[in-house]
Design a protein. Sequence first.
Length: 404
Amino acid sequence: MQSGTVRGQDRPAGWHVEAVTTDSPDQAEIRELTRSILADRAPDDRVARLDESETFDEEFYRHLGAAGLIGLDADPAAGADADPRHEIVVLEELGAGHTSMAVCLVVQYMALRLLSHYGGDDQRKRVLVPLAEGRGRAAFALSEEDGGTDIARAMRTKAVRDGAGWVLTGRKTWISGAATAGHAIVLARTSEEIRSAIDGITMFLVPLDADGISVRVLDTAGIHGLDTCEVTFDDVRLDDSTVLGEAGAGFRQVIGTLNGERLNAAAVALGIARGALRSAIEYASQRQAFGRSIGSFQALQHGLVDGAVQVESARGLLTRAAEAAHAGDGRSEALSAMAKVAAADAATDITDTGMRVMGGAGYSREYPMQRYFRDARLYTFAPLTNEMLRNFIGERWLGLPRSY
Ligand SMILES: Cc1cc2nc3c(=O)[nH]c(=O)nc-3n(C[C@H](O)[C@H](O)[C@H](O)COP(=O)(O)OP(=O)(O)OC[C@H]3O[C@@H](n4cnc5c(N)ncnc54)[C@H](O)[C@@H]3O)c2cc1C
């Protein structure tokens, strides 16, 4: 039923978009491993079924963990992060072949980074190590109903001191994977006195089965293979050991890891763009009109070619941003923002082209294009909106006055 998406093993002749020439030997190895797991464990009809039934692919997640693709080369015991140049390869491949799983991994990679930088010995042992091995999952709960972009000002979730512990109340919204994760990293306001844009907020590592927590799955347009949730905290009692990092400095700590999340979101968007481009080209090569394949019409070819240009451009930027992040070059923040904007724009443009190239078939759930089209929207606004990233690039790359 499904037109094929992305499987490295069966490249059509003349198709170069998946042959990534910039890979280092390590990246090439990780890419091939991810592709072979996708080919073996996530055929298109399985991914489509999971999307239709809105089910998380637990089995596939465990395989990723067993293959070492979640912890990658991180050393949780030593607090050392995985190489960002490796994370983006896994995520590009999953973005193309199993998008909801890629979104799940963006959250896991972020949780691993936060736990590895700020987790105490006990938090690392109990949560970080199983996470790195694919035996557990965490959600990341920052956004609230009153604001995602300006969340520090809009945040109403608070934790109040109570003896040796805390009482957490409030509600987080749009939280990926909270219905299926064991823990959530929750940001809550813990001080009104030092209420500034970013101070007075604390990170907590909260077990999601604690008394007073309720999780409601939200109905979203895309990413149906991963639950998106509202999480309510109703006088949840937490002991001091749940504080992650320094009390009052949680938002600053998160900002320090956002660069990695931007890079990783860009990698998933790039994968969506690439998967959709391949689907569109396969369809255009087979579909006949006026006695020839529709892919032979120049009007359609130009749209597909523009898509290929966007994929290669976004990957070039992403590679440069990941190299800068690895080298500790401060410019990586603006480069990652550029890569995320470029990849998100590529994904929305190419899925739109794909829908047009496929005519009525693009609209059909028999084909993956509509899924790519729905899923691509996520990275136009998450984890940060493209408008905010453009604001940031204006300030940090062009030296323009801050616009927000
Ligand atoms: C499927 C899904 C999964 C998600 N997963 C998570 C998760 O796991 N954890 C989590 O914490 N959050 C998650 N989010 C939330 C996501 O990060 C937010 O949706 C995002 O940060 C945008 O916030 P918002 O939706 O409140 O938009 P708003 O902040 O209300 O923004 C609305 C519009 O205003 C624009 N805008 C605001 N300020 C400016 C400005 N200064 N200049 C220009 N434009 C501006 C924005 O760009 C946007 O276009 C998820 C969301 C979805 C839908």
